[in-house]
Design a binder for this molecule. Sequence first.
Ligand SMILES: Cc1cc2nc3c(=O)[nH]c(=O)nc-3n(C[C@H](O)[C@H](O)[C@H](O)COP(=O)(O)O)c2cc1C
Length: 375
Amino acid sequence: MYILILWYNISVLNFLYNQQLTYYENYARSVEEITADWHSDFNHDDYYELENMRIPFGIPAGPLLNSSYCKVAFDAGYDICTYKTVRAGHWDVNDFPNILFVHPEERELHFVDAENGILADFIPDEPLNISNSFGVPSFEPDIWQPDMQKALSSCKSGQQLVGSFQGLDGSVRSFVDAAKLIVETGVKILELNTSCPNEGTNSLLCFSPKSVAKITEEVKNAIGDIPLLIKIAYINYAGNDEINEKLLEELVVETVGKNRAQGIAAINTIPSRLVNSLGQNALTGGREISGVCGSGIKWAGLEMTRRLKDFSNKMYNKYGAGFKVVGVGGVNSPDDYFEYLASGADEVLAATGPMYNASLAYKIKRKILQAEEEV
Ligand SMILES: Cc1cc2nc3c(=O)[nH]c(=O)nc-3n(C[C@H](O)[C@H](O)[C@H](O)COP(=O)(O)O)c2cc1C
């Protein structure tokens, strides 16, 4: 057991979120603590050469808990940083542990396997997949608002801070309140998270385009010209391709199609049943299902990127303007980033990748520079 724990500690390079600590311990970490491992994984020659290069790559809502994490990520060359989803009031975090390593049997994690159960534990593996089960915690606005403002001040020229938010009590009002509170901080791009369970139901909000339409309309009325992104899950509502395509179309029409939003980000995690080596629930507190992210979900992120780009192109051909497609899911190498761009993503974001591969942004930038030098 001791050997296992020792091996685990030395074999995992943490950057950003440290899964061995609680959420609140992570929240309290200083910039120096967050970057400690990163510096050992970092080629400083890259830093000076690539410091001013900007690319449409960054980190989605999740690993950047507060301004310290945002500063570290901006400094590490992630040019789009999303502040972890906030709410208009306090919301507690789920029990520890919040992150486990997961071991799907196949390289791609598909929904049948996710439903049947996947082994989850404390042992890192290649390719890298983790589960995250936080319950979208939030501090009170009087804590996160000044901190978000501070995060904005670490954003360098050409970089962007995105403010992610969701509701509090199932009311449309609570979404609008959170959006307005973010606008007060000066953040210039907002992201509405519709890919977490709808408060009071087990279903994801994005599976109900009518609810998303209502919320998006009211949020947009409240924030005016500030661009709004909608974050959605992989659309797998009824397991029927035709129904799913109609649902996605309705989401597109009701949000970006009516200019209530300016872009769509996909995907969030793939909900999975997590089991330990004895086949029992891997997580405590009645949590049978948890979201899996990382390498195994890349296929789903790429597929959604292609489907969304198709809709965007159709809109462009009809009205002369499309919408922004933000590709998320399983990006852990420069090639993954280029694959998303080739599939139609305007921006690409990675959460799990940078948590264990701190220099990912610089690796991508170096590859771009090398390609330019070869031309
Ligand atoms: C530690 C962690 C926390 C997350 N928290 C949020 C969140 O608060 N809001 C959200 O919309 N997505 C959240 N996500 C999901 C990510 O934004 C992303 O959609 C998902 O992890 C897939 O990307 P990846 O494969 O690069 O990790 C979280 C992911 C991780 C790893």
